[in-house]
Design a protein around this ligand. Structure first.
Ligand SMILES: Nc1ncnc2c1ncn2[C@@H]1O[C@H](COP(=O)(O)OP(=O)(O)O)[C@@H](O)[C@H]1O
Ligand SMILES: [Mg+2]
Length: 258
């Protein structure tokens, strides 16, 4: 793989669609035959549960790797998609992270583990947790690129400004070249709504970063979550599934240009 293809999905604090995006972008890229590792870096374990890998079962997870109980290779789970592997997580990531979080040097730990296997994948996609703490810093420190998931209904400005400060902290503290790949609007109705939101929130100068694709509000997203299936398996023709497939194409182009 080209160096620098670790992508973290971050965004507004809760419910902006980080996990929905991480899972469905990962699956869409895998359908385009890109070899993907999806890393669940949230003790909520959303992508772990929604991907359906619980049904297969797995002996280890990210907490096992971070606590030295398993190697990263042992903890990676193959999925029903040829090109998609998952490093799962669950609540036991929380105590492990609390312990590691006492030392700033540990913030690089995820990046160091991923370096061992990054040559095996075209892209590594990390689902970051909503709250700002050790795990979100570790997820950003591991990243070369950031996709910011935003929902035009929520108060975006404060969260966005806070995220920019966090990015600056990470660049300064860990000397990484963390770059924003783009801002993905989720749960929206039109480009006009996005422009209105950017204007209302005095974010117009970020227009250049906004992805051409946006993800519409679509009930199919909730139904696919209930069935623990990625959108492309549950209903590939749904508006949200089509949008994620377009976004995946857009991302491939973004990376080709860099
Ligand atoms: N495009 C969408 N259309 C409809 N509902 C959505 C969409 N995206 C997200 N949701 C809903 O919002 C919830 C929160 O999304 P999630 O990805 O868990 O956010 P985050 O990871 O940022 O906290 C999901 O459980 C789902 O019910
Ligand atoms: Mg989430």
């Amino acid at each position: 793989m080209v160096m620098g293809n670790v992508l973290t999905i971050s965004g507004q604090k809760g419910g902006s669609g980080k996990s929905v995006t991480a899972l469905n972008l990962a699956v869409s890229l895998a359908l385009y035959k890109k070899k993907i590792l999806l890393v669940d870096c949230d003790p909520q374990g959303s992508v772990t549960q929604w991907s359906g890998i619980n049904a297969v079962g797995y002996p280890f997870d990210l907490s096992s790797v971070l606590s030295g109980k398993a190697t990263i290779i042992e903890a990676i789970v193959n999925t029903q998609f040829n090109c998609l592997d998952i490093l799962p997580a669950g609540f036991n990531l929380f105590p492990v992270a609390s312990k590691l979080g006492r030392t700033v040097a540990n913030e690089k730990i995820l990046r160091l583990f991923l370096e061992d296997i990054e040559a095996d994948y075209d892209y590594i996609i990390i689902d970051a947790p909503s709250s700002y703490g050790f795990l979100s810093v570790a997820a950003l420190t591991a990243a070369d690129w950031l996709i910011i998931a935003m929902c035009p209904r929520y108060n975006g400005f404060e969260d966005f400004r806070c995220l920019l400060q966090l990015i600056k902290y990470i660049r300064d503290t860990h000397e990484t070249t963390l770059k924003i790949a783009n801002i993905l609007f989720n749960r929206c109705r039109s480009n006009m709504q996005i422009n209105q939101f950017l204007a209302d929130q005095s974010l117009s100068e970020t227009r250049d970063l906004v992805a051409h694709t946006f993800i519409p509000e679509d009930e199919t997203v909730k139904r696919a979550i209930e069935k623990k299936m990625p959108l492309a398996l549950y209903d590939v023709k749904s508006p949200a599934s089509s949008a994620y497939l377009s976004f995946a194409k857009e991302m491939v182009l973004v990376f080709k240009q860099n």
